[in-house]
Structures are given as C-alpha cells and as structure tokens.
Design a protein around this ligand. Structure first.
Ligand SMILES: [Cu+2]
Length: 154
C-alpha cells in the first residue's frame, strides 16, 4: 500500500473510532431520547450562582445553582425562562461512569421560574464532575440542556 494512503488511514480510523464511541458507547451510559434536541452549555460556565444562559427555540433559559455544591447536601437547581417553558425533570450523570439514577422534579417558583431540589452522592473514585441534564418542553418540542456540575467540599 502506498505510504500516503496508510497515513490517510490514521485520521479515518480515529474518526470512525470517535463516531463509534459517540453512537454506541455514549448512549449506553447516557441514553437520550432521539426526539430530544440536546443543547450544550456555553464553554466555561457551570452550575453556580451565575449559571449558564442557553438559547432554546427563541427562549433564553438560565440554569443556575448555588455558590457552591458540596456532595451529600441538598441544593436547588433553578430554571429562569419564560412562561412558554415547561420543565420536566433534571437528572445527573457522571460521564463514562454508572452512578445510578439521580432524577429530580421541578416545582414552580413564580412566573417563568422553577427549581429542582437535588442532592448528589460522593463518588468512590474521587471524581467531583457531574453533568446536569435538564429536560424541558418549549412549544411542544423536547430539549435537554447539558450543564456541567462541579462539586466542592468546604
Ligand atoms: Cu463516579
């Protein structure tokens, strides 16, 4: 085989490996309903008091948390949007690791605002990085907002 051809194979194989991971492995640890549009938080933001501002079908939704989230302590994940926003639930996962089910319901907190009381366990491996998957409906369509959650001890 020509040398240039074997070099060309490297990015192709890497690409195929990545696609296989995304399509077959990721759904195993974090299945997402195919009718759901996933919206990633903008780079650099996380679930803290500032939160993440995310555009969802013309509606600006802010996903906020408290100043600091220690493991095993209750905290509120807040959604601030408009009244056309219908929150469904939030579930928390750890990417690439089965941490069990951590799913919480939203309750209304005034016009266009909701909160979900949540609590996250200690990870035996010492990891503190979680991902909040906030499921909402806007104008009859399903969305899942992905927001990084970093736990911090005192
Ligand atoms: Cu873990």
């Amino acid at each position: 085989m020509a040398r240039w051809l074997s070099w060309l194979l490297i990015p192709v194989m890497l690409g195929l490996g990545y696609l296989a991971g995304e399509h077959w492995l990721r759904p195993l640890v974090a299945p997402v309903d195919p009718a759901t549009t996933v919206i990633q938080a903008p780079a650099g933001c996380e679930l803290d008091a500032r939160g993440c501002l995310m555009p969802v079908n013309g509606v600006e939704i802010r996903v906020r948390g408290p100043e600091r989230i220690p493991p095993l302590e209750r905290f509120a994940l807040r959604l601030e949007g408009s009244t056309s926003l219908e929150p469904l639930e939030v579930s928390y996962i750890m990417t690439g690791m089965d941490m069990g089910l951590h799913r919480f319901e939203f309750e209304p907190e005034g016009s266009g605002h909701w909160l979900a009381e949540s609590v996250l366990p200690v990870c035996m491996s010492g990891r503190m990085d979680w991902l909040a998957r906030v499921r909402v409906r806007v104008d009859g369509r399903l969305y899942e907002l992905h927001v990084p959650v970093l736990l911090r001890r005192e």
